[in-house]
Ligand binder design. Structure first.
Ligand SMILES: C[C@H](N)CC(=O)CC(=O)O
Ligand SMILES: [Zn+2]
Length: 303
């Protein structure tokens, strides 16, 4: 009897897309972020993807010191894999964005594989009464370009590669897959490639089943068995995209970074709740959740 396939669940606990007055459940302080990550790991997440925020007003904070308090607490309480963002907020410089991972040398760091328009402003319809001026300015900004030039990507690869940190390659469109293929051909990235395909974020590919098939088909053609596929769906698309991918052989990313919802019109109270939904999907398909050590093996992490 064949063993059930192991599915890696990643949980992105706070991010830099949503802002505090959108949901009282969004982790902001170091202790809230630590608690959210530990809770997500207990619920079945093998990997936690981490951003930091200013504890006063929840503004994205990409200083290495902002990460230190919760990294220590998480390491004490859990053997989950830590993935530190190099995306930060799309308005930050690449030098600023790479510093936390450069300082803390995590097992995994995110790496965004192309430049793109980054549309947060559609959320103003759903959240018209943001309390802080900085929230209104940030979310309402129609001129955000998320910069990830070939030079900037190479800069992050060389800055972090030396410490043995491996990458979660964020691909928001097929062109990003081709960019990743270029870096593979250049020998700047090593298989197995952990490819996180992003669906439904304005400026990238949509979240229609044909978009999912198209991204997977393209990745299969460009990387064959040299990659481990994972998906994240923004907003209301999070769980439908997770279900599709799990049925198609993929891994899953959930978390309040990319969706505040547990279901239509129902705000998630914790990240662990969303991981619980991902577990239901995976086990409902007769599959198993990968443990942190199984994820380390599947992704060839330094441990
Ligand atoms: C769509 C995701 N929020 C992308 C992300 O997580 C980017 C990063 O942190 O580097
Ligand atoms: Zn992120």
């Amino acid at each position: 009897m064949a063993k059930p396939r192991k599915v890696i669940v990643t949980c992105a606990v706070t991010g830099a897309i949503h802002t505090p007055s959108m949901s009282e459940h969004l982790p902001v302080t170091p202790s809230e972020i630590a608690e959210a990550a530990i809770g997500a790991a207990k619920a079945g997440a093998a990997i936690v993807h981490l951003h930091a925020r200013d504890p006063q007003d929840g503004r994205p904070d990409q200083t290495p010191e902002a990460f230190t308090p919760f990294l220590g607490v998480i390491k004490q309480a859990s053997d989950c894999v830590v993935n530190i963002t190099t995306g930060g907020a799309p308005t930050m410089s690449v030098q600023e964005r790479v510093r936390p991972a450069e300082t803390h040398r995590p097992e995994v760091a995110s790496l965004n594989m192309g430049s793109m328009n980054f549309g947060l402003f559609p959320m103003l319809k759903r959240f018209p009464d943001l309390s802080h001026q900085w929230e209104r300015d940030y979310v309402g900004n129609k001129d955000i370009i998320f910069n990830n030039s070939y030079g900037q990507i190479e800069y992050i690869l060389t800055t972090l590669g030396a410490s043995g940190t491996r990458f979660e390659f964020e691909c928001y469109d097929t062109s990003h897959l081709y960019n990743l293929r270029y870096f593979l051909d250049e020998g700047l990235v090593k298989p197995p490639l952990f490819i996180q395909t992003v669906f439904g974020l304005m400026g990238g590919i949509g979240a229609h089943p044909e978009d999912v098939q198209h991204m997977k088909r393209t990745a299969d053609r460009l990387f064959g068995d040299q990659y481990r596929w994972s998906v994240l769906g923004a907003g209301k698309n999070q769980l439908p995209i997770a279900a599709m991918a799990a049925a198609m052989g993929g891994n899953i990313r959930v978390g309040l970074e990319d969706s505040l919802w547990l279901g239509p019109g129902v705000l998630a109270k914790t990240n662990a709740e969303q991981v619980g939904k991902a577990r239901q999907i995976v086990e409902g398909l007769g599959l198993d959740l990968a443990s942190p050590d199984e994820a380390r093996e599947m992704l060839a992490l330094k441990g």
